[in-house]
Design a protein around this ligand. Sequence first.
Ligand SMILES: [Fe+2]
Length: 711
Amino acid sequence: MALVLGTKIAQHDACFALVKDGEVLCIYEEERFNRIKHGHCSTSVALNRLLSDYGITVSDIDYVTNYIDVQLFPFILNDILDPSFRAAKLAANPEDKNSMMDWFYNAYAGMLLTYGFEKSKIVSVRHHLAHMAGAFYPSPCHSAALISADGFGEAESAVIAKGEGSDIQILQSNEYPASLGALYLAFTNFLGWDYGEEGKTMALASYGKPKYLDKFIGEYLNLQDNGFFTYRKPELLGECTFLVNPFVEKMFGTPRKREDKLTQYHMDIAATIQEFTNQTFIKLAKEAKKLTNEKTLVISGGVALNSVANGQILKQNLFDEVLAYPHSNDAGTAVGGALWVEYSKLGNKRQNHWYFNHAYLGTQIDSENIESVAEKYDLSYKKVENPAKVAADLISEGKIVGWVQGRAEIGPRALGNRSILGNPANANIKNLINSKVKNRENWRPFAPSVLAEDAALYFDTNQKLPYMIIVADVRPEWRDKIPSVIHVDGTARVQTVDKNVNPRFYELLTEMKRKTGLGMVLNTSFNAGGEPIISTTEQAIKNFLTTEMDALIIDNAVFEDKANAQPCDKFAVHQSTFAALDPTKPLYVLGVSDNSDISFYTEFLSHLAYWEQPVAIHPHLEKLSGIKLNALLPEQIIEDPGFDNASILVLGGQTASHWTFDAYLIRAELVVQGFDYFPNHQILSIAQNGGVSDLNVLQLHQKFMLENGQF
Ligand SMILES: [Fe+2]
């Protein structure tokens, strides 16, 4: 029995999870704190909030987990991984065979040391074990077949395993660079979107036909019966990185740019990768059944967010039950790592164990601030006895309602605590929410939340589907009656709502049924386009004020009238991270990216419009070797009178989120000279993927490493 902190630090889906004696107390996803969708980088804000919420310090924690086991990392991958990884090795010492491992250790575990964790408490967990542990251990079943599929962890991209009691045995694994997750991302990139936007590809697929699947498999893949595959054409393999897939470009030609029109060609390409994923998942599930003969299948890993492929497995009826959880992405490796320590490392029995029956493990909404925030924006509100009834009245009248209560849901889907709700029977509500509130593409579907006991009436499922992670067919007789929550292919990403799990949301659905005969709402996440789900009362109120949302209900406070409210700016993306920089100072933007196109930094560039002071952009100073920041700055910048006390943003390529944690890079000139050279400057570095490193943290880390003889 122990207090364990699971972490996914740095990179995408950064997360902290606290587990006490096998019970998950909380899961804090970094994105909700740094306000960058998918996190992309850890700050100390999320960890400090967790420690403060539970009244503990770092020294109270018995173990802290790291979501990757560097000992399992094969050196050969160095030849095929991203340039960012290769650059790291070069930065370390190309002659030293251990440098890759050292680099990883410093990149991933180094930050934990900086936070003050003792080295002896750090446990590295094999990535897919962490994924599966996060789903199997908190499941209600004693034994199950397990599948985990993602981009990659160490060298594996997908595994089939069996879980029994406290034990998880990996039976088969697929090796990177062949990777379903990476291939899906490559297709998504080809279609003009980034990591984290794979859901758009999945939605678009319904409008196309998988015309190119046979040709793609025929030319480039060796697909096995168990769902694993390898690439053909080794000459192309050398060009393959996590973000560049030469096979996709060879096959389909010029990639679509984000702003380009979507054509039938793009829809057919999306359908091709979706059908490949469906078929692969079915093969994996059949193999898992064959190997384990279990009744339940538990799916995890980033690809398990593909609700369509999960639905395809469900339809096969291979298993009595198919389970997937909202933390399928890498946030789940924080939860899973901690549970793995409890059950596998410490060997505790999984009897009468805590099991996952709800997703409300994020932070509590700060309703104590409702009054002061309302005052700040000159906003009136009323307190009501029965907010569920008020919400149902408004929704049934065709209003768009923001609905906030309790603890935040984990994962990308709002499940009734940070939601925007509408009437699913209203054919126009989808367009209204898209145009007035969410500012998103009209071809993407919205999902329904339904009273659990009524689900089988509308949807073709006998199983509870509480997390919007498995799609089900809508029964034909209901398709005309709930037009705004049905996808073009007749499916819906349904959430079944139990009375015991979310009583207030259940009450809202009951009131809807009383009023309209239909115990269902359209439920979409409470966020503006491109932002993470809201975390605070103020973020909810700002969203209410800057969109055409009709009403906002936070706990029992109802906001409707906003005619006389104070104007407020829409800006929220990167808000907290950029808050570290003083907007009243001039800003210098320096490009040290190895990629020459500054337009990749879209989120960051959108922020510049809000800067109050002059912005000087020098996008192409040098390549990534430009970590010697001060040596790169042309004289005219340094001599510019505005440069004194200016803020500096470094556009840092893919690796920026790693910089913070990498001892070799810290030892390089960036900090040693850069900070001495520019002592009055605030410096942030920004990665192309949205990761932001506060380079002041580098100083802390460097100090720690020096004091502890790590250099
Ligand atoms: Fe993963």
